[in-house]
Design a protein around this ligand. Sequence first.
Ligand code: ADP
Ligand code: MG
Length: 382
Amino acid sequence: MIQARVQSAFKEHFGGGSRLYSAAGRINLIGEHTDYNGGFVLPGAIDKVILAAIRPNGTDRVRLYSLDYDECVEFGLAEEDVSSQQWARYVFGVCRETCKRGGKVAGFDAAFAGDVPLGAGLSSSAALESVFAYAINELNGNGFDRFELARIGQATEHNYCGVMCGIMDQFASCFGRAGHLIRLNCKSLEYQYFPFHPAGYRLVLIDTCVKHELASSAYNRRRESCERAAAAIRHRHPEVTFLSDARPAWLEEVCPELSAEDAMRAEYVIGEFQRVLDVCAALEKGDYATVGERMYQTHWGLSRLYEVSCPELDFLVTLASRQGVTGARVMGGGFGGCTINLVAEERYEAFVQAARNCFIAAFGHAPNIYPVVISDGARRIE
Ligand code: ADP
Ligand code: MG
């Protein structure tokens, strides 16, 4: 059990008296490539977490022990003390970003470990940032709200890790609640919890373990297409700031002015806006059949209109549909990574086995399989 390992490692390295904190990785049920289009995402925290035992040490230095890397790192709290160890930069960044916002960061000792798979699209880095942002905030009585803690994590990625991410991952890790997904409006940052109690269903991620190149240049080209489509619509409908503000009929009006490619990209984005709303309405009714249907629609929109899928992902989603899986789609930016699957209990074992075996037969390597349960976000455990 991670908790016992973290606590005993803390004792061994630093002695007693620590507090234990937890923060989770996340999934996103639906709402893909929507963030930069002013649309919605629908993430939730999962039962894969990073746990940190932590205690102020009465100095102005931070001493860390990572169980998973079996490495110790020590740093001061001035800007130039940045660690050369990648994993420690996440913690250093959180300390610095807390200071930059006027928060206090007293020196501390911490031991930590987790079971969020690294680089699989479940945002282990956000879990790491959030657990320290939350703990440092509480231990120093800084009184930042959860939104500020999420921003501290996001700014850490931007300023100390070179990842220009949006706010969703840290938001989900900080705001997650068991039994709930959170719809975040990426334009206004308003959010709302929706019940997620899929009795009789399981959520499972299947990681293709591939990452096709071209992801970043393709991403930039998708953004440019969306901006051109939004600009064309704005010409007639000035209230359209982002593509997600546009109605499907407005896109039709300007289609003759757009390239076929731009029109396809816009059709996906405008459709995805409505699909998130449909899923939220369905969640309130406990209608998981509709949730699943929309997940498939998102997948094929991403594959055929937005063109960010790949053979491995399409293979898994096709297989899911043949196995009677309720919903399946690529999760994340595309060109590899995971599919997220909503599977009825009675089909679960057969599906997971088939996915594994057929994937190996087709692509020569095994996918990773991660069952997940929607759980609480950042919090103190002990
Ligand atoms: P992800 O998609 O999982 O967020 P990233 O590349 O953004 O992938 O973040 C992974 C990095 O976060 C790791 O290389 C490591 O530096 C840090 N990290 C994540 N989990 C842990 C952990 N359990 N222990 C130490 N560092 C971790
Ligand atoms: Mg990350």
